[in-house]
Design a protein around this ligand. Structure first.
Ligand SMILES: [Fe+2]
Length: 225
């Protein structure tokens, strides 16, 4: 699957996932790293797959992946995404079969659920933020926590009673902002398990731009923007 044209991070991430498999950290849960990519399906219902890139370009938005991330040996990134989804779906099924009572932490680079994608500055960038194929994995595989990055908008959400943590470390300019507030990299670390004693409110986002929760608000979707 490796191409000389593919970004190194991509190859390394896939290799890490293959090497790691199901990771049991302690008696309180098991972490399963997955890698599912995107397939442009986070888009309004009236925008077809064929028109999706043009829809984003209307607002001047196009991910650098379109130039830098080559899907070979798959013909398209959509097909690569579908293959990855099948692969990790089987992995999750077997993890749940092996340890049905063990709390599962699903860790993915991309958000697993479309409702936690809100990009006020670049709403149509959502095309490159995941796939609707994973939309029920948090309940279907009985996840305790779902962890993701990619958005660079740190937040906590509760979806169907499952905690979703966006834990991106972000860019150096974001670290500088935190530093100016007297914080450091430790401020960005998030407790995954055991986690908060109180279950959060469904449909409410806790925003954590510098680690701590600074505000909570009704979860917004930029799907139709
Ligand atoms: Fe990313």
């Amino acid at each position: 699957m490796h191409s000389n044209r593919s970004p190194v991070w991509c190859y390394n991430t896939r290799r890490r996932i293959r090497d790691l498999g199901l990771q049991r950290r302690d008696s309180s849960g098991a972490g399963l790293p997955i890698f599912t990519l995107y397939d442009y399906s986070f888009r309004p219902p009236d925008v077809t797959r064929e028109k999706a890139l043009a829809w984003a370009e209307e607002q001047g938005i196009c991910a650098t992946d379109e130039v830098l991330l080559h899907p070979d040996p798959y013909a398209t990134r959509d097909m690569w995404c579908a293959a990855l989804v099948s692969r990790f779906e089987a992995r999750l099924e077997s993890a749940v079969r092996e340890k049905p009572d063990l709390p599962l932490i699903i860790a993915n680079h991309w958000p697993l659920h479309e409702s936690v994608v809100h990009l006020p500055a670049v709403p149509r960038f959502r095309l490159w933020c995941g796939t609707t194929r994973t939309g029920d994995w948090h309940t279907r595989f009985h996840a305790k926590v779902v962890v993701s990055g990619h958005l660079h908008l740190r937040r906590t959400d509760w979806v169907d009673g499952v905690r979703f943590e966006e834990v991106s470390l972000g860019y150096p300019r974001q670290w500088e902002r935190a530093r100016s507030l007297g914080k450091d990299i430790n401020s960005f670390l998030r407790e995954i398990l055991p986690g908060p004693l109180v279950v959060g409110q469904e449909g409410v986002t806790q925003w954590r731009p510098n680690g701590d929760i600074i505000c909570s608000g009704t979860r917004e979707s930029s799907r139709n923007q």
